[in-house]
Design a binder for this molecule. Structure first.
Ligand code: GUN
Length: 283
């Protein structure tokens, strides 16, 4: 039987600590503020953005939500970001991805002030993560590191295999594992012998976006399995990238979906907003 690493439980502990720090900061006259922008009506994005706004309020932070129509132009979106960059009440700006196809994602990410870039997507923050000298945590990978720490799983000297090379998860995940002294392999859709490589992992991180992609024959007995996926299976049921039912009996620890990595990502976003608000007092 594997240990179930509960993002629900661990994120609650993280959020409790953040709420206390928010309260202390408010006593000093600063309320951390997060602005969340969503363009269009993608149902999954609407759920994520709603969750981010709710958590913000739950932790005593100030929240602004901008729901812009699908027809929003680059100019309109950049002008809103420019205004939020200059707004002292706002310490974090997040523009939910993916954006509608006619919008320029690169330009939008570049327009967010690096000091308010709580997603850590700006090239300056990405570079700092690469160097291991960063203020803003890459939310999903940092949430995973927090789960490992809480579960007393030390990546040092372990072979960590990350499936997926996205800018949001795969690449920064590999960096954080490397900073934690793991030996890291990144796999992707063109990787040959994927199954054999995964089977060598002490820690396997699945960020593929395909329901039940990681099957039992890809997992070394005793491995730690982290599931970043949020998919719907054939019956519309929420499922991860891991075939949980068949993998769980094999491994030493595993994250469930839902209630695994998802809540941790949001907790880390709140941490970044708090960090930004604290820093605004220094500058
Ligand atoms: N879309 C999927 N994950 C994320 C995230 O962490 N941040 C933003 N802005 N968009 C996303």
């Amino acid at each position: 039987m594997a240990e179930i690493i509960s993002g629900k439980v661990i994120s609650a502990a993280v959020k409790e600590r953040i709420a206390k720090e928010v309260e202390a900061l408010k006593q000093e006259g600063t309320t951390p503020g997060l602005a969340v922008i969503i363009v269009g009506s993608d149902p999954a994005s609407q759920v994520y953005v709603g969750s981010k706004e709710r958590t913000c309020i739950e932790l005593g932070m100030y929240s602004e939500k901008y729901e812009l129509p699908e027809t929003t132009t680059n100019e309109e979106l950049l002008s809103l970001i420019d205004r939020l960059n200059k707004d002292d009440k706002i310490h974090g700006i997040l523009c939910q991805l993916p954006l509608p196809r006619h919008l320029d994602e690169g330009k939008v990410i570049a327009a967010i002030s690096p000091e308010k870039d709580v997603d850590a997507f700006h090239v300056q923050n990405v570079g700092r993560i690469m160097l291991g000298d960063y203020d803003f945590l890459p939310c999903t990978p940092a949430g995973i590191m927090e789960m490992l720490k809480y579960s007393n799983i030390n990546p040092e000297g372990k072979h960590c295999v990350v499936i997926g090379r996205s800018n949001i998860v795969g690449k920064p995940m590999a960096m954080l594992m490397l900073h934690a002294n793991a030996t890291v392999t990144i796999c992707h859709s063109r990787t040959k012998n994927l199954k054999e490589i995964c089977k060598e992992a002490d820690i396997l991180v699945a960020s593929v976006g395909k329901s039940k992609f990681v099957t039992a024959d890809m997992v070394k007995p005793g491995a730690v399995v982290i599931d970043v996926g949020i998919n719907r299976d054939q019956n519309g049921k929420l499922s991860g990238d891991v075939d949980y039912e068949n993998v769980e009996p094999l491994c030493s620890a595993i994250t469930p979906v839902p209630g695994g990595v998802g809540p941790m990502t949001i907790a880390m976003l709140m941490q970044n907003t708090l960090t930004s608000a604290k820093r605004s007092k220094i500058n």
